[in-house]
Design a protein around this ligand. Sequence first.
Ligand SMILES: N[C@@H](CCC(=O)N[C@@H](CS)C(=O)NCC(=O)O)C(=O)O
Length: 218
Amino acid sequence: MTITITAFERSPDGGKGLARDTRVRWALEEAGQAYEVRLVSFKALKEPPHLAVHPFGQIPTYEEGDIALFETGAIVFHIAERHAGLLPDEAGARTRAIMWMFAALSTMEPPILELMTARILEGDKPWTAERMPLVQDRIRTRMGQLSRRLGDADWLDGAFSAGDLMMVSVLLRLRASGLLDEYPNLAAYVARGEARPAYKRAFAAQLAVNTGKSPLEK
Ligand SMILES: N[C@@H](CCC(=O)N[C@@H](CS)C(=O)NCC(=O)O)C(=O)O
């Protein structure tokens, strides 16, 4: 059955891989699943055909036969459950990998998104200068805790899993702020994720959309 995901026709990041279709592409690449991409304009995101799949008018979505999903957590979980490579077989380790997916999305991502909002959407507000240190410190609290838990391990819980895929995807958004580099073990963890062949293929594919280059071109 053909898998079709949606992505921005033109990503606001110009192809840095920060739009959330990248994490879905990455999961599909890890799972060895071919997929097609339907590109959607900002206008079309808010129109009835797209809203019928994604009630919040966002990307990415995932369609496969009669399954239509939105929310990257649900999409990556769906892929991970059905194909080898993203969730361990042993029940305890599997549950912990899923726990890390939730931790990435519900504990780490919100303060990181707050920084994006403060910078990009509200950067011109008079209270931004006062607010910024508070926002950054909330991120540092979580980064410090995560850094202590990861220690010198390669991945969060044994072998690479969907939990790492989600955590690396979330932490990547911090690189431009300099906050990721304040935690060398987390910066190295993110670099390990980016070095995976499946991530590289996913990144190249989204970059091709935004630069017009074939993913195979250098
Ligand atoms: N929680 C959602 C967030 C989806 C999301 O924020 N998508 C962004 C792109 S990365 C989007 O479509 N933004 C356009 C908009 O909200 O109008 C998920 O993980 O899938």
